[in-house]
Design a protein around this ligand. Structure first.
Ligand code: NAI
Ligand code: MG
Length: 365
């Protein structure tokens, strides 16, 4: 059997800097764990625009459709701010998401013990936290018709439509249940079935998918506003939360901040299963290209490294190996290593991107 394939798209700004550390981690798994990948690398965003006049070439797009998983750094930067909208770096990323039809966006909120005091919440509320929010990404109120600003009598009316088909709910629910089976086997679905018809349908379809195909997974339902309160009150009650595009946007940003720095946050966007059973998949850190620190060797590579750990868990069924990375990260943080973004008041000397990568590799050994 051939090795699983990975397409690496470092992108712009700190993207290539953090991805350089991920590549060393990938090599480590090939050398030390017999887990080799066929890795190819290409350009995206401003880097692709500089080379080809487009933020994503058709060849790269085709390649992304073929591989088992795509790993992306970040795109964008001030250099490209004045480009025409059609060739802006972000368009490269948007095209990937759209053409791969990545409808399921996974945003973990995971608290590393050594950073628990970094959270705005009390240590006991966040220590050991490990949850994932699954946000529907390609439908709902950001896309529904009718939309617009219309004139009604003497005033204008702004309109957006929350719209979900059964099949859209069905597929994101499946994605959440599949995920739960690789984790704590528990899903909480959030909507507003008390005041929205789309929420009534959402709840019904999620329950049906559960009863028919995932009866082994524990399912609960919660109104999204109550869910927001519970996330702040006692987030550890959750394992996987599945919700729509709008609520997911808010809840995932809030949940991410339970645990601290942007430099620590990975994400995944999944689509339909391919012929080999693996979902179409794009893994990337939540942060952007950080032009303010790009080229200075200061960036925290952990978000990007944890994105690769998510790929191991969710694309390649290597949950134990993913855990190995997370344990290594936990260890270097416990040893007191901090990139500049993780330093609060106390006068700790920050380490560079490369030093953090070195330490994580040493901890893996
Ligand atoms: P940003 O996430 O790039 O940076 C926000 C702040 O966090 C900056 O102070 C930055 O130095 C810091 N930061 C981010 N990642 C870090 C890391 N790994 N280690 C240490 N510090 C880190 O967001 P910003 O400044 O709003 O956007 C900068 C550029 O990135 C823009 O061109 C924007 O369009 C693009 N962007 C791209 C994204 C993507 O590729 N998915 C997502 C967000 C923004
Ligand atoms: Mg948002």
């Amino acid at each position: 059997m051939s090795n699983p394939s990975l397409l690496i798209l470092p992108g712009d700004g700190i993207g290539p800097e953090v991805m350089a550390e991920v590549k060393r981690v990938i090599d480590w798994f090939g050398d030390k764990r017999g887990l080799a990948f066929d890795v190819s690398e290409d350009l995206v965003g401003g880097a692709a625009y500089d080379a080809h006049g487009t933020p994503l070439t058709d060849e790269t797009m085709a390649k992304a459709q073929e591989v088992d998983a795509v790993l992306l750094g970040a795109v964008g930067g001030p250099k490209y701010d004045n480009l025409d909208f059609s060739v802006k770096p972000e368009r490269g990323l948007l095209r990937l998401r759209k053409e791969m039809d990545l409808f399921s966006n996974l945003r973990p909120a995971q608290c590393f013990d050594a950073l628990a005091d970094f959270s705005s919440l009390k240590r006991e509320v966040v220590a050991g936290l490990d949850i994932v929010i699954v946000r529907e990404l390609t439908s709902g109120i950001y896309f529904g018709e009718p939309r617009g600003i219309i004139k009604e009598g003497n005033e204008r009316v702004g309109i957006n439509t929350q719209r979900y088909t059964e099949s859209e709910i069905d597929r994101v629910a499946r994605s959440a249940f599949e995920l739960a089976r690789k984790r704590g086997n528990k899903v909480c679905s959030m909507e507003k079935a008390n005041v929205m018809e789309s929420g009534i349908l959402w709840r019904e379809v999620v329950q049906k998918v559960h009863d028919e195909d995932y009866p082994d997974v524990e399912l609960s339902h919660m109104y999204a506003d109550a869910g927001a309160m519970q996330l702040c009150r006692w987030p550890k009650q959750f394992d996987v939360i599945v919700t729509d595009n709008l609520f997911g946007d808010l809840l995932s940003d809030a949940a991410a901040m339970l645990t601290g720095s942007l430099g620590m946050l990975p994400s995944a966007s999944l689509g339909a299963p391919m012929a080999n059973g693996r979902p179409k998949a794009l893994y990337e850190p939540v942060h952007g290209s950080a032009p303010d620190i790009a080229g200075q060797g200061k960036a925290n590579p952990i978000a990007c490294i944890l994105s690769f750990a998510m790929a191991l868990r969710y694309s390649f069924d290597q949950g134990d190996e993913a855990k190995r990375i997370e344990t290594a990260v936990e260890k270097v943080l416990a040893d007191g290593l901090r990139t500049a973004d993780l330093i609060g008041e106390e006068g700790v000397e920050p380490v560079s991107t490369r030093q953090m990568g070195d330490a994580i590799l040493a901890a893996l050994d």
